[in-house]
Structures are given as C-alpha cells and as structure tokens.
Design a protein around this ligand. Structure first.
Ligand code: SAH
Ligand code: SF4
Ligand code: F3S
Length: 454
C-alpha cells in the first residue's frame, strides 16, 4: 500500500463542502498524491457528505454501494482502496456508518480532516500488517481552530471565482436544522488569516471571492492587534486588495444584518449588489415554531432598508414548505412575501424531519401530496419572478466576469453578472478572468445570452 498514488473526491452539499474538498485535495497533494476523476483508478476514494435533508443521506449510501463494488474488483486485481467518508453525515452518524458499510476505512468529521495524513498512515500500517477490516478509524472532534490553522498551502489555484470560508458552525438552532450538530458552535477565523488567504488567491488569478459561513454575517473575528471585526468591516478591509474585483458573501441570516454591512453595500464598489437572505417562511407562527427569531414584518424591513441604501440590489432566499403545523393560510403568507420581495432567484424545499433536531418529533398533519402541491405553487411563483428579473436586462448591458471557457459547443464563454445571473457568450476568444460589459440579446429562466459588440 506504500504505492498510493491517486485520489478521488466526490462532494455533496453546500459551498462550504466544496471549499473543504479543495482543502482536502491540498492535503493529498502535499502527501504527493495525484487527483483522478476515475473512481476505478483511485487508491483513495473520499466522499464529502451532506446531512441537511434525508435525501442527502440516501445519496451517500448509494454512492458507497458503488464504491464497494469497485473496491472488491480492485482487490481481485491485487489493488487496495482506502474508502473515506468525510463531512456532515460523517459527523452526525459517526461509527454508525461502519455498521451499515463495513468496507469504509476512515470516517472524518467536518472539522477533523486536517488529521487525514496521520489516519491514512495508520491505515497503511494496518494494511501492511494485514489487519484488514477490523481497523476502521474515526475522528469526530469539533476543532475548527486546529482545522483552519493546519490548512496547507494551496496548489493549482487558477480559479477566477474562489470560495473562502471565514466562519463556520452555528449557534442558532433553528428547530429543523442539523447544522449546529454537524458543524458545531460558531467559530470565526482571525482577520489576518483571511486577508492572507485572499491575497494568495488574488495573486493566483482570482478576481472574485465568495466569503462563506453558515452564518457569514455573524462573523466576529480579531486582527493581530485584538481589534474586533464584523463582516461589514472585513469587507472594507478586503476591498483594499489590489486586483480583487468582486466580493460576495453567503449565507446571511436576517438576525445578523448590521450597520457596517449595510454601509458596505453603499460604499464598497467591489461588493456585488446581491443578497442571499433565507426567509424560510412568511408566516409568523411558523417562523416562531422554527425558532428563526424574526417576523415577516422585520424581514421586510431589512429588505426595505437595504434597498434604500442601494436600490440596485437583487435578492435570493431559501424556503421550506410543509413544516409541521403549516396551514394553507401560513403557506399563503410565504407567497405574499415572495410577491413583496420579488426574488431574483431562490431555493425551495419540502421540510425533511431530521433525527436529533428539535422539530423531529413534531406532529405533522399535512399530506405528502399537499406538500408537493405547495412546493410546486411556490416554485412556479419564484420562477415567474426570476424570469421577469432576467427579462429586465434584455437589450441592456451588464458587466460579466467570465469564469469558464469551453471549446466544445461552438466556443462558449460562461460568466456571471453582478446579480449572479449565468451569462453565455459565443466567442472564439477565451474570456476567462476578464470582466466585459456586454449586451444581453436573449433572456431565459436561469440564464442570459450576450453578444460582444466590440
Ligand atoms: N444558515 C442558513 C441555511 C443553511 S442550510 C440560514 O440560516 O438560512 C441551507 C438551507 O437548507 C436552509 O436555508 C433551509 O431552507 C434548508 N434546510 C435546512 N434544513 C432543512 C430541513 N430539515 N428540511 C428541508 N430543508 C432544510
Ligand atoms: Fe441551520 Fe438555522 Fe443555523 Fe442556518 S441559522 S445553519 S438554518 S440552525
Ligand atoms: Fe450539508 Fe453540511 Fe453544508 S449538512 S448543507 S454540507 S453544512
């Protein structure tokens, strides 16, 4: 097993998991391994998991079934495979995973992956002593400081738009949500670490940084002189980095909006006019039962306040339908909220009861058909507002930051507008990394087509 060479990573879940998977790749690169996109060729197969809804867990076990078949086939050819489950399901289910999938070798929680080198070394030594399956290992501590302090130097940085996790974990305990259990309590990284990581990204082709946190606007970190920073102040600081053209942040919680952040939307030209502010529901009764700590009226006030500061801003949200106790009238309030805010885009889900959360045992009288119908009604409304929003830009011009180029499909460049709209441009020239002001010639539900008039 000394000849581990190739690793494969599959990522489920949110942007924070995407960021973590990049960091896990960096750990493997440092160990001298090479990334492969073929599971069959991988000596290490890692799944970075999500636990947010029940479906996410089902995905993990179906993926593990596939990996086991590959592991058996590789064994027949005399090759060993280390199977690793990382991330939020690893954290929540822990060693239960070994019971259901005994061929898994290592389990690392969402804040323990810095320990992978030692764990892999241990596993290899077990292999060489032929101790096979009885030696499954797990690491599930919540140690965010150690995780971030041990991030390795990044390799292959060539991303135009990069994620940067500044805050992790959550103290809010919304009653439906697993995150406080899978990511632990709130932790904010020190200001100088964030600035150093941002500078490194920008000196390696990054033009846009998307600041990440489960509650990104609850960020409260310190600089080396022990001055406290909130997210707003941090954004002012990041805006001083030469070459950083765009700043975004997600996910913000309505309760943690603060003056510095509002002002940053007025003063910082690099801060994009887009706010992802999950409402979840429009009904005060449901919001209370969810423990969201704001009302319909307070949420609308936040939207109005930020629009006053910057009328140009576009909004997006997450919604849950079919939360226990949601009546037709409660659901109607959610639709009312959508009519008021007119979101530019949104995500919406049917409530999924999660073991261990406070709402898990709440009685639920809503039928599955009713939940599906509510989701459809909500999604149709959201879609119509998204289409309308996109249509506003027909024959207008927009600044587009290009993030991808493909030679297939008639040479296409893909990029994003300031409002997070996906923009396509048919053009032979690779535009990656450039910001261009382009005319929009066609608009769709989820994207825009542009032409280069010059
Ligand atoms: N911190 C963010 C949300 C993170 S989870 C916030 O407070 O808004 C991402 C989204 O998943 C949530 O906004 C919610 O809409 C959805 N979600 C979380 N738990 C869920 C559950 N049990 N069932 C259905 N959707 C859920
Ligand atoms: Fe989950 Fe609520 Fe925390 Fe968001 S604020 S991560 S929904 S507990
Ligand atoms: Fe899923 Fe964990 Fe993100 S549960 S949504 S991967 S924080």
């Amino acid at each position: 097993m000394e000849n581990i060479q190739k690793f494969y990573i599959k990522t489920f879940g949110c942007q924070m998991n995407v960021y973590d998977s990049q960091k896990i790749s960096d750990i493997f690169y440092k160990l001298g391994y090479i990334k492969t996109s073929s599971q069959i060729k991988a000596d290490i197969s890692l799944i970075n998991t999500c636990h947010i809804r029940d479906k996410a867990k089902q995905k993990l076990y179906s993926e593990l079934g596939k990996i086991n078949k590959i592991k058996i086939n590789r064994k027949l050819k005399g090759k060993k495979t280390i199977v690793i489950v990382a991330g939020c399901t690893a954290q929540a289910e822990g060693e239960e995973i070994f019971n259901r999938a005994p061929y898994v070798d290592l389990i690392v929680g969402s804040q323990s992956y810095q320990k992978l080198p030692q764990l892999i070394k241990k596993k290899i030594s077990h292999f060489s002593r032929n101790k096979l399956n009885k030696t499954n290992l797990s690491e599930l501590d919540f140690t965010p400081k150690s995780k971030f302090d041990n991030l390795t130097e990044e390799k292959f940085l060539n991303k135009v738009s990069s994620y940067l996790t500044i805050q992790e974990g959550c103290n809010k305990f919304c009653r439906f949500c697993v995150v406080p259990y899978t990511r632990g309590p709130e932790y904010s990284r020190p200001v100088h670490d964030i600035i150093a990581e941002a500078k490194n990204l920008v000196s390696n082709e990054t033009k846009e940084i998307i600041l990440l946190g489960q509650n990104v606007n609850a960020y409260h970190g310190y600089d080396s002189n022990k001055n406290e920073y909130n997210l707003g102040k941090l954004i002012y600081e990041l805006a001083n980095i030469n070459g950083l053209k765009r700043i975004r942040y997600m996910t913000a919680h309505p309760k943690d909006m603060h003056e510095d952040l509002y002002n940053a939307h007025k003063d910082v030209k690099q801060l994009m006019p887009f706010l992802h502010l999950p409402a979840q529901s429009g009904s005060n009764k449901i919001l209370k039962s969810m423990n969201r700590n704001y009302s319909f009226e307070e949420y609308v006030k936040i939207i109005e306040k930020i629009k006053k500061i910057n009328p140009d801003i576009a909004f997006s949200s997450d919604f849950i339908v079919g939360y226990p106790g949601e009546t037709k009238q409660d659901f109607k309030k959610t639709l009312d909220l959508v009519d008021i805010v007119k979101y530019a885009q949104s995500f919406s889900f049917i409530y999924s009861p999660r073991p261990g959360t406070m709402s898990y045992k709440l009685k639920d009288k809503i039928t599955d058909d009713e939940k599906k119908e509510r989701l459809l009604i909500l999604q149709n409304k959201l879609k119509s507002y998204q289409e309308k929003f996109n249509k506003k830009f027909l024959k207008k011009s927009l600044d587009v930051l290009f993030t991808n180029f493909s030679k297939k499909k008639n040479y296409q460049s893909l990029g994003y507008s300031p409002y997070m709209q996906l923009v396509r441009l048919q053009n032979k020239k690779n535009m990656k990394g450039r910001i261009k002001n382009l005319k929009i010639i066609k608009t769709f539900y989820k994207s825009l087509d542009a032409i280069n008039e010059i």
